[in-house]
Write a protein that binds this ligand. Structure first.
Ligand code: FES
Length: 118
């Protein structure tokens, strides 16, 4: 089961900007890349560093700790043994950005997201 969490107005995150939000004690970074919003967990899968301040090159985010590069569209890093950032679906709903999160009580792992979109 998933939950939809509003995280602010759509126009608050212009292209090229990023925003850090906290949901249920979890730190999530949103990026607007050329009008497309990407949301990732603010923890590098390599060693847990914050990636919120990482350098962006197109859709590729460089972890500031050790330099691994992650594609924000997939969360994946190339050539590093399958490491992947946790990504979250984001939608614009009634002028607000809404992040979809799995309910931790319902799915302790990485269970597939059930789509209950209208
Ligand atoms: S903690 Fe991100 S590359 Fe090492």
């Amino acid at each position: 089961m998933s939950r939809r969490i509003p995280v602010g107005p759509v126009d608050e995150l212009a292209p090229g900007q990023r925003k850090l939000v906290f949901i249920d004690g979890r730190s999530i970074v949103l990026f607007n890349i050329a009008g497309t919003i990407h949301a990732i967990d603010n923890a590098c899968p390599h060693n847990g560093a914050s990636v919120a301040s990482g350098q962006l090159e197109g859709c590729v985010l460089r972890c500031p700790a050790h330099g691994l590069r992650f594609d924000l569209r997939t969360g994946c890093v190339s050539g590093a043994g399958g490491l992947s950032l946790t990504t979250f679906p984001v939608q614009a709903v009634d002028g607000k950005l809404v992040v979809r999160l799995e309910d931790p009580a319902a799915s302790p792992g990485h269970a597939p997201v059930s789509d209950a979109s209208p």
